[in-house]
Design a protein. Sequence first.
Length: 69
Amino acid sequence: MLILITTVGIMVLIYSDNYIAHDQGYLRFFAYMSFFSTSMLGLVTSSNLIQIYIFWELIGLCSYLLLGF
């Protein structure tokens, strides 16, 4: 799962680079995407329910921020 999430995340970032290159919120978008990818990796590597809950909530926050973008 780590390889799958990392590969898909990198592919999305590469595609998004060309798509959003001339937008004013370029850096903010990539900060949100990086935070989302990090949260997904954290969820996959969580060892207990508290960590799973925290990373699940971070994923929800990142999704909200990305949809609002």
